[in-house]
Design a protein around this ligand. Structure first.
Ligand SMILES: CC(C)(COP(=O)(O)OP(=O)(O)OC[C@H]1O[C@@H](n2cnc3c(N)ncnc32)[C@H](O)[C@@H]1OP(=O)(O)O)[C@@H](O)C(=O)NCCC(=O)NCCS
Length: 179
């Protein structure tokens, strides 16, 4: 299991049982993130059941070996999360996507997002995935994080997604070659 300490926060990779057990906490982080207006795949009208169903799917992906799920723990609390999705295509055995990098609004700006990303990159590399891709809201704080960590911006697609309130959200695409 990958682990990295950051100001009393430990980054852990969860196995299948731990991923199922974390569903309520992860649902809380997603609810908080959407309520705070971030564009992370959901709309303001999405319900607790929608968030729970999403994380149940992630836990199933962990069990199936299709998702590497990381959490940031402070004591017993999960305060952040990130995922690595190894590409499933036979001709992309070296590639993975990073997804759903979320830090609870009460725990931001303490280096937890950066710590999650560094462990996500290390876990991807351990899994043999040396080319990573991701996209994020062009106007959100994650864009600065990825630039700071040496990711390459390849451009922004306007109106790619919607903000939780229904307004337009451009998505900025990045890659990072680990070798
Ligand atoms: C993007 C996100 C994950 C970043 O998480 P975070 O834990 O706040 O990230 P970090 O603390 O590593 O960095 C955030 C900022 O805090 C600063 N910071 C880090 N440690 C700090 C400290 N000890 N004191 C003061 N500032 C600090 C960083 O320099 C960075 O500054 P910047 O915004 O000027 O670039 C978080 O804002 C989030 O969950 N946003 C909503 C969801 C989202 O958009 N996710 C991305 C989807 S792809």
């Amino acid at each position: 299991m990958g682990r990295m300490s950051n100001d009393r926060v430990a980054i852990e990779r969860l196995g299948a049982a731990a991923a199922r057990a974390a569903i309520p906490a992860l649902t809380g982080i997603l609810r908080d993130t959407v309520a705070n207006g971030a564009s992370v795949g959901f709309m303001a009208e999405n319900t607790e059941a929608d968030f729970e169903a999403y994380w149940a799917g992630v836990a199933a992906g962990v069990a199936a070996g299709q998702v590497l799920l990381l959490v940031a723990r402070r004591g017993n609390d999960i305060v952040g999360t990130a995922q690595v999705h190894p590409a499933g295509k036979p001709n992309q055995p070296h590639r993975a996507d990073i997804a759903k990098v979320l830090v609870h609004s009460s725990a931001r700006r303490q280096g937890i997002g950066e710590a999650l990303m560094l462990v996500a990159e290390a876990e991807a590399l351990k899994a043999g995935r040396t080319l990573l891709c991701l996209d994020t809201d062009e106007a959100g704080p994650a864009r600065r994080l990825y630039n700071r960590l040496g990711w390459t911006e390849i451009g922004t697609i306007p109106r790619y997604a919607l903000m939780p309130d229904g307004s337009d959200c451009g998505s900025t695409f990045f890659y990072k070659a680990l070798v």
